[in-house]
Every structure is written in C-alpha cells, then in structure tokens.
Design a protein around this ligand. Sequence first.
Ligand code: HEM
Length: 158
Amino acid sequence: MLAVTAYDVVLAIHIMGVVVAFGVVFAYPIMFALAAKHDPRSLPLIHRIETVVDRALVNGGLVVIVGAGIFLASDGKHWSEFFVQWGLGAAIVIGALVGAAMIPASKKAQKLAERDLAAGDGATMSEEYRAVTKRLATVGSLLSGLVVVTILFMAIKP
Ligand code: HEM
C-alpha cells in the first residue's frame, strides 16, 4: 500500500520550487560567456532574459519554497532545528540579493550593452559594462554557493 501524506506532497513541491527557482542560476555563466564570445549583439537580449527570469522564476520560486518550507517546519515540528533557521536566513538573503543587486545590475548591463553596441564597432564593450557584469558574476556565484550549501544543510540536517 502506498501511503502518501500531505507532508510528502509539500516536500515534493518544496524541492520542485528549488529546481525551478535555482536551476537556471547555474546556467547563467555559460550563457554569458558564449554570448560574449560568439555574438556580442545578443548581450542586451540575454540581460533582458536574466532580468525577467530572476523576477519570475527565482523570486517567484522563492515564494513557493518558503511557503512550502513553513508548512513542513510546522507539520513536522522542525522549527527549533538549525537547518530550518538556516533555510529562512538563506531565503531572505537570496531574495534581497536578487531584488536589490541582480535585477538592477542586469537592467543596467542591458542598457550599457545597447549603448556600447550602438556606439562602437558592435563587438567592443566599455569598462563600465565590464564592471557591472563582473558584479553580476560575483553576486551570482555567491547565490549559487548559498543554494548549494542550503541544499546540503536541508539534506544532512546538521
Ligand atoms: C533557499 C532555500 C531552500 C532550499 C534550497 C531548500 C532545499 C531543501 C531540500 C532540497 C530539501 C529536501 C531534503 C530531504 O528530503 O532530505 C528540503 C527539505 C526541507 N526544507 Fe528546505 N530549502 C530551502 C528553504 C527552506 C525554508 C525557508 C524552510 C522553512 C521555513 C525549509 C524547511 C524545510 C523542511 C522542514 C524540510 C523537510 C525535511 C525533512 O522532512 O526531511 N526549507 N529543503
């Protein structure tokens, strides 16, 4: 007999939220490296895609993750455990970094890429553009690292 509880279903939703929200974050560095190397004219569109994906999938998925996490912590009486407090902290930091750093920086990078491509030879990007994309890469790596550590803590429950 297969006995499925609400806890099991919500745990699956919690993990689906993690895949949908953060899967793409690990693909960004490859997308940007390929676009910069093979077709710089695609950079404004890639930054636009990043802005929309961060808003819809990353921040949207975060709402599902936290909602499902609150149910799991309450139903499973896990509130006093470290991994739950870490998860809440991680969710707040990720939401803040995406909203306050990633989305504004990718919007700015899009504008700068459009300007540089229109003004130059269609391939050379300004120092200002490079500085903004460096910030995007740094914050993006921080986010990816935080996601990996949080999955580890959720699984091993230290
Ligand atoms: C970035 C944020 C988060 C990530 C990446 C994440 C990831 C995960 C993953 C992969 C699991 C499955 C672990 C397993 O089955 O052994 C899990 C379980 C769980 N998470 Fe999260 N989580 C996050 C945030 C939260 C938050 C904010 C809460 C609570 C408010 C929470 C509470 C829980 C609970 C209670 C479980 C179930 C543990 C169990 O029954 O084994 N998580 N999480």
